[in-house]
Design a protein around this ligand. Structure first.
Ligand code: GLN
Length: 546
């Protein structure tokens, strides 16, 4: 078993997660079985209760774990299937240590940071390797920046761990920033030197240094970093800003042969050269599209780059599949309330309403769904976007004017979306959610079934609390709504669609968590195809100038 630890220096948001994921891609293309995990030093037990403003998207795994969005990168860049073991926070570590202490598991000893907390951190490395015996390389990314007080225990744990499993089985990679001081016209290596000095203070000598730069890394700077940071010059790797897409990162990192450096360091020198044809082809489809479409994503955290990360990535995958550039028009739902649909989304080729919580912007989203339904514009609703489509249909097609969700109006008279009886009264924020991979039945003859390739069952990841109210099912179906999928266990509505519309499909689950670069999710692929068709149709209908 071999281990890679990825730490970060100087500043956060360096793309450490992307660097780890990209190394994972390269190692996997060499034929290795790779697993990636994340250690986050914050005290929250998981990011499920953090605001998207704090944390960006919450990424949900098969087993229902609510994790950091970097785990999304890991799953998209590699084929490893992650579980809750792959995400560890200080909150979880302390929760366990304190519980153990209360249960008397430390046999009367004084419970201390070292060894009790650091042992608990190391245990998670052993737990993952034990649970995944087929894996031969485990890569662990440590969140935060070296020098943060809260990260110190994690780094100490890694130092001890490397001694335990043998330093020859461990590769420490430090990702750092080389800022350009414009006035001097110089790239500066000092912050890197200092952050590596911090690591060495703890007793960790990095083996490879990945330098994030806006520019090329010249020989002089490589030599300087090598000398001051005590690594070989060839182990100083440049990681430039990519031009078109994050999927170029593995190819970019390969220019300095990062994967060769890693396998050499880990004594796996017989590892074959990677064959990256499929990845290169995928990147080529993004970089050289033949068509382009505009998709409005109508949400509430629109200004945040990371809040709908997996949705944007899934649109990229589906776009690449159709050799189409997907331009994302981020629309604040509240703008639709004040300006109306024509002005805000009158020109787009498709409308996507993502997941969300709370009632802000709801009416704006309903306006968007109505606009899509009435004008034959492809509509894709995800989770909240499915509930919105249901409410809009109930109000404007079935004439149930007061239709809403009990999430927005506790004592709603027409709760077309509501809590299931058994959820009521659950207090724990996480407790009442439907989370993780669940089986649903697909009904033959529906558009959804066709998109999925006419299978009878699908497995999709969930993260929501409210459900389509079955009391309204008959009425809505009588008005023309098609229910194309229900959950296998309880018959809860999973997908709705409309007939006689180019694409009006909305799912209660989150398809964006299962889309992969060369395997776009069928509902995304179908949506992009429909939007492309919509654009072409609109172009044909445009009056030709005399
Ligand atoms: N707020 C809705 C619910 O809890 C939708 C959740 C979501 O979109 N993830 O059911």
């Amino acid at each position: 078993m071999k281990y890679i630890f990825v730490t970060g220096g100087v500043v956060s948001s360096l793309g450490k997660g992307l660097a780890a994921a990209s190394i994972g891609t390269l190692l996997e293309h060499r034929g290795h079985k790779v697993m990636i995990q994340k250690f986050d030093p914050y005290l929250n037990v998981d990011p499920g209760t953090m605001s998207p403003y704090q944390h960006g998207e919450v990424y949900v795994l098969d087993d229902g774990a609510e994790t950091d969005l970097d785990l999304g990168h890991y799953e998209r860049f590699t084929s490893s299937k992650l579980s809750r073991l792959n995400s560890l926070s200080s909150g979880q570590v302390f929760e366990t240590v304190i519980r153990n202490e209360r249960e008397g598991k430390y046999l009367g000893k004084t419970v201390q940071y070292i060894p009790h907390v650091t042992d608990e951190i190391q245990k998670r490395l052993f737990d993952v390797t034990e649970a995944n015996p087929e894996v031969d390389i485990l890569m662990t990314e440590i969140g935060g920046t070296v020098g943060d007080i809260e990260g110190t225990l994690f780094l100490e744990a890694l130092r001890q761990f490397a001694l335990e499993v043998g330093r020859e089985n461990v590769c420490f990679i430090h990702v750092t920033l080389l800022p350009l001081v414009r006035a001097a016209g110089e790239i500066k290596t000092k912050p890197t030197q200092q952050s590596v000095a911090k690591l060495r203070e703890i007793g960790i000598q990095p083996d490879i240094i990945i330098c994030r730069t806006e520019h090329d890394l010249d020989e002089d700077n490589r030599r300087k970093i090598a000398m001051f940071c005590n690594v070989e010059k060839k182990n100083v790797v440049a990681f430039r800003d990519v031009e078109h897409t994050i999927y170029q990162c593995p190819l970019d990192l390969r220019r300095d042969k990062i994967d060769r450096l890693v396998v050499d360091r880990l004594g796996m020198s017989d590892s074959p050269t990677p064959v990256l044809d499929d990845w290169e082809d995928f990147v080529d489809r993004i970089v050289h599209p033949k068509e382009s479409i505009d998709i409005a994503v109508v949400g509430k955290y629109i200004e945040l780059q990371d809040a709908y990360k997996s949705i944007y990535e899934s649109l990229t995958h589906a776009g690449a599949h159709h050799r189409t550039r997907v331009n994302i028009i981020r629309v604040d739902a509240e703008a639709l309330e004040s300006h109306g649909p024509q002005k805000v989304i009158g020109q787009v080729d498709g409308i996507l309403i993502p997941g969300g919580f709370g009632d802000r912007g709801i009416e704006g989203k309903i306006i968007a769904a109505k606009h899509a339904r009435e004008n034959g514009i492809p509509y894709f609703g995800i989770c909240l976007g499915m509930q919105i489509a249901t409410i809009e249909f109930a109000r404007n097609v079935c004439g149930i004017e007061a239709a809403t969700s009990t999430e927005f109006e506790k004592n709603a008279s027409e709760p077309v979306i509501c809590l299931q009886e058994e959820q009521k009264g659950i207090r724990d924020m996480g407790g009442s959610m439907r989370l993780g991979l669940q089986k649903s039945i697909l009904f033959a003859g529906t558009k959804s079934a066709t998109l999925y390739g006419d299978v009878n069952e699908i497995f999709e990841r969930h993260r929501h609390r409210y459900e389509f109210n079955s009391d309204y099912q008959d009425k809505l179906q009588d008005c023309g709504l098609i229910i194309s999928s229900v959950s296998a266990n309880e018959g809860l509505v999973e997908i709705i669609e409309l007939p006689d519309h180019p694409y009006f499909v909305a799912a209660q689950f989150h398809p964006e968590f299962l889309s992969k670069p060369n395997y776009p999710h069928p509902l995304f692929a179908g949506f992009v195809e429909a939007a492309l068709g919509n654009k072409k149709r609109a172009e044909l209908e445009e009056p030709v100038a005399e």
